[in-house]
Design a binder for this molecule. Structure first.
Ligand SMILES: Nc1ncnc2c1ncn2[C@@H]1O[C@H](COP(=O)(O)OP(=O)(O)O)[C@@H](O)[C@H]1O
Ligand SMILES: [Mg+2]
Length: 271
């Protein structure tokens, strides 16, 4: 089953800025994809389009089986959930608990189910202790986690995450990776954090107004031209092992994660 299908999608802002051009993208149900690229690449614009908040100014789009146009946009929006890059765009109730409850209440769920979802999501996002706080008094990273709780409480089929780990402390980031990993949902994750991207997804789309690359991370490592064009810097582990390969003439597949690096070292030690 296809969750997301874009054909030749382009987007121009009203002032004429063409943020996206000729985007072809298919994401299957349950598939997780990282979206990377420099500032201004169009990542946030694309996520707004995938949430049917902006309609493509060119091309065609299908979300969860719905062909998206002016008439169906609202319906399509309900099938996906967008975590905004800036949590201040997302959080507006005067109490954390009410903010997280806002979505489920709007979905006409009964009181018991609303409470159940709010408690579960606050706990998953690690913000149970903030339930009674004023969101606007929290730090950026804390607000981001509250926004994540709000998103989880709606339980959308498709998760669209705009830099979810930006400004999280290391433990918060680890906890979020674990939560996202445990969810069986289609996911598009815009991020500058390639370590997180490599842990969470096999597939990566490199964006710079157009799609520069769409494939797995191992394939991307073999494309230094694209890494340069998209201003991407590899995380320490793949960087270390590609340097090591270069120096020693080894042709090992470059490990991406800590686990893979340990396996590589173990094989080297045995050999
Ligand atoms: N509301 C807007 N009006 C006009 N141009 C915009 C607007 N939002 C973003 N842009 C422009 O669209 C391009 C893509 O922006 P964005 O999607 O935010 O990129 P990214 O999330 O990859 O940093 C940039 O050139 C940006 O300046
Ligand atoms: Mg952005």
């Amino acid at each position: 089953m296809v969750a997301i299908k874009l054909k030749g999608v382009g987007y121009a802002y009203e002032d004429g800025i063409k943020a996206l051009e000729g985007i072809d993208l298919t994401v299957m149900q349950g598939e997780r994809v990282s979206l990377v690229g420099p500032n201004g690449a169009g990542k946030s614009t694309l996520l707004h389009i995938l949430d049917s908040l902006y309609l493509p100014t060119e091309g065609e789009m299908e979300i969860a089986g719905i062909i998206v146009n002016k008439k169906t946009a609202r319906q399509a929006t309900m099938r996906a959930g967008l975590l905004f890059q800036d949590p201040d765009d997302q959080i507006f109730m005067p109490r954390v608990w009410d903010d997280v409850a806002f979505g489920p209440i709007n979905m006409m769920l009964d009181e018991l189910e609303v409470s159940r979802r709010v408690e579960t999501s606050l706990s998953l996002a690690g913000v149970t202790e903030y339930a009674d706080r004023v969101p606007h008094h929290l730090s950026f990273g804390e607000k981001k986690r509250v926004a994540i709780a709000g998103l989880l409480a709606m339980d959308p089929e498709i998760l669209l995450l705009d830099e979810p780990t930006a400004n999280l402390d290391p433990l918060g980031r680890r906890a979020l990776v674990n939560v996202l990993q445990s969810l069986d949902k289609s996911m598009v994750l815009a991020t500058h954090d390639l370590t997180v991207a490599m842990e969470l997804t096999k597939r990566v789309v490199v964006l710079k107004r157009k799609v520069l690359y769409d494939g797995d991370f191992h394939g991307l490592l073999r494309r230094p031209d694209i890494l340069t064009e998209a201003s991407l810097e590899l995380p320490s582990i793949p960087r270390l092992f590609s340097e090591w390969n270069a120096r020693t003439g080894r042709k090992n597949e470059i490990p991406l994660t800590l686990e893979e690096a340990l396996d590589t070292l173990e094989r080297e030690m045995d050999g």
